[in-house]
Design a protein. Structure first.
Length: 47
């Protein structure tokens, strides 16, 4: 978050923080989906 301190306004800093939070949530969702797909594949393989 060093970049946030270099921005010219607090509004810009808040926008960057919001984008970072959205990206973090998106990454977590992708991770969970990948884990679930792996679990599904392992279940199918055991059958």
């Amino acid at each position: 978050m060093i970049v946030v301190g270099l921005l010219s306004s607090e509004e810009e800093a808040n926008e960057i923080r919001y984008i970072a939070k959205v990206c973090t949530v998106e990454d977590r969702i992708r991770f969970i989906v990948h884990i679930q797909k792996i679990k599904d594949l392992l279940r199918e393989q055991k059958r």
